[in-house]
Ligand binder design. Structure first.
Ligand code: FAD
Ligand code: SIN
Length: 539
């Protein structure tokens, strides 16, 4: 018999998005938060640059709106952009109320930094560790809130769906969850379920993301009948530290925002050949330019240079970057920093409306796992923490307004492990994990072609068969759950990429280098489409 845990609202994910929903709802309701590792293990903790919001009197929401649209290469949903940028100042106030301390100047005014695509200084930041500050401040509140129960090291395997007795509408009533420490599967049930599981950049060999970015929410939602969209737009951040022992370390775009240059191995600057905004061109343009130069010169990396700035300025604004680079013997105030692009952000995701509702009744999705239409074909820097807070609060409001009318659920069937055994060989998991990430990097990376995508599609199908077989026969563990999800999301990324017969934003293909005159989302519909009647913003 499985343990059954019930709460009013179940939130899967403890990043900025999940914690925002939880803190808003815990004012009135009992909330459970699941995290597959420690509370601060998601991407949120790693965010460096900051969070965008219009405060400066020389800036305007119209300008933030236009910059976001421009970065998104014609594919942003205008209503989503307007809603987000207009909600930006409130979202930042809300974070300050939760105890987040953004960097201030000596006159106690907030210091606003700049990143690519932004035509004004509008990025609130906590030096170069904004995510750590946001994450720890929200986590402190979560841990001390009597209405929130936190379950760390609990990994969702699949969502539970049930047909409602009266209306026969299918809805989400919870999830099967692996308790990693006890090594058993528990049934969690709730009236509303929120996916806040982050992105899927771990599909690529080189990534700025932490290990858990395996697209679990996208896979869970897809298997439960939700549409997903625009997964071909995986963003590659131009500047990750290139060093054999430095795992996934990002060098914030705020370095370029504050004047750092990109250089070739011979010291030459090169970005003026690719875009009038040079180092501050949209991220897709910079990453592609770097990929082009690395391939043209046959070199392993390029260089970021901030040596022309005063040491005191570097110490004040980039203390974490400086300390981390120094641990590898690189003094950023004197040395050029070796950099390469790496997978960074999943612009597509689970389709939601402006309240975070998915196609499945009572299932919400917020944060990087969701597709709100905000980012279009290329996310502008520092718009994603903003999206987590804005949509997290909107989803909390929608849940709070609807929860009293949600019918009781039936107790779910227990998790059946009667036909599986312990595996004696886990090498299949590590091998397939590496193979998947390698071919995604080689064939579905910064520059694509139909032939490369077809090769990847062939490989992914073989892997899926093997992984599904393994999943059906052996007892599940965290690595297998993640691999099963990542291989599915990779398949969806490839299918989306194959469907897009143009080059736009982050999707660049040698076979269709031109921009189509029609801007259209790539929408994937599962065979068990749940079809709750949500109205998704149009682009
Ligand atoms: P995450 O913070 O990734 O949290 C995901 C949560 O879901 C985790 O708690 C995880 O344990 C849980 N989870 C996942 N799967 C399961 C499962 N199966 N079962 C249970 N729990 C699960 N954005 C900005 O706006 N500004 C920046 O400056 C910035 N810098 C960045 C720097 C780096 C290095 C990185 C990696 C990203 C950066 N981003 C930045 C992007 C931004 O940090 C993320 O998009 C955002 O934090 C995502 O928040 P989230 O709450 O959606 O997910
Ligand atoms: C960075 O600091 O460069 C990351 C900003 C972002 O991804 O929004």
């Amino acid at each position: 018999m499985n343990t059954i845990c019930t709460q009013e609202i179940l939130i899967i994910g403890s990043g900025a998005a999940g914690m925002t929903v939880a803190l808003e709802l815990a004012v009135k309701y009992k909330v459970g938060i699941l995290s597959k590792s420690a509370i601060e293990s998601g991407s949120t903790w790693w965010a460096q640059g900051g969070i965008a919001g219009v405060f400066d009197h020389q800036d305007s929401t119209e300008s933030h709106y236009q910059d976001t649209l421009e970065a998104g290469a014609g594919l942003c949903h205008e209503e989503a952009v307007r809603y987000t940028v207009e909600s930006g100042p409130n979202a930042i106030h809300w974070l300050i109320e939760q105890g987040v301390k953004f960097t201030q100047s000596e006159d106690k005014k907030y210091h606003l930094t700049k990143e690519a695509g932004h035509s004004h200084r509008r990025i609130f930041h906590a030096a170069d560790s904004t995510g750590k500050e946001v994450s720890t401040s929200l986590a402190d509140r979560v841990k001390t809130n009597p209405n929130i129960r936190l379950y760390e090291n609990h990994v969702v395997v699949d969502l539970i769906t049930q047909a409602d007795k009266n209306s026969s509408r299918v809805r989400c009533t919870g999830a099967y969850v692996l308790d990693v420490q006890k090594d058993c599967v528990i049934v969690f049930q709730a009236k509303s379920v929120v996916l806040a599981t982050g992105g899927a950049s771990k599909a690529y060999l080189y990534t700025s993301n932490p290990d858990g970015a395996t697209g679990d929410g996208i896979a869970l939602a897809w298997r439960s009948g939700c549409r997903v969209a625009n997964l071909e737009f995986n963003q590659f951040h131009p500047t990750c530290l290139y060093h054999p022992n430095a795992k996934s370390f990002l060098l914030t775009e705020a370095l370029r925002g504050e004047g750092a240059y990109l250089r070739l191995p011979n010291g030459e600057r090169f970005m003026s050949k690719f875009h009038p905004k040079e180092e501050l061109a949209p991220r897709d343009v910079v990453a592609r330019a770097m990929d082009y130069e690395i391939k043209r010169l046959g070199c392993e990396c390029l260089y970021l240079d901030i040596t022309h700035k005063p040491v005191s300025f570097i110490d004040q604004h980039f203390p974490s970057v400086k300390a981390y680079c120094l641990s590898f013997g690189i003094d950023i105030s004197k040395d050029l920093i070796p950099v390469v692009p790496a997978a960074h952000y999943t612009c597509g995701g689970i389709m939601v409306n402006s309240l975070g509702q998915t196609d499945l009744w009572n299932l919400y999705a917020v944060g990087e796992t969701a597709f709100t239409g905000l980012h279009g074909a290329n996310r502008m820097a520092s718009n994603s923490l903003l999206e987590c807070v804005v949509y997290g609060r909107a989803a909390a409001k929608a849940i709070s307004e609807s929860i009293s009318s949600i019918p009781e659920f039936d107790i779910a069937n227990p998790w059946d492990e009667s036909r599986v055994t312990y595996s004696d060989e886990d090498v299949i998991i590590s091998h397939n994990w590496n193979e998947l990430r390698r071919f995604m990097w080689d064939y579905v990376g910064i520059v694509r072609s139909q032939k490369r995508l077809e090769r990847a599609e062939h490989r992914v199908k073989l892997l899926q068969k093997e992984i599904q077989e393994y999943y059906s026969n052996y007892k599940i563990g965290k690595n297998l759950i993640e691999l099963r999800n990542l291989v599915l999301v990779s398949e969806l990324i490839i299918r989306c990429a194959k469907q897009r017969k143009e080059s736009r934003g982050l999707h660049y293909t040698l076979d269709y280098p031109e921009l189509s005159s029609i801007a259209k989302d790539t929408i994937m519909v599962p065979i068990n489409f749940a079809a709750q009647n949500i109205v998704v913003n149009k682009n």
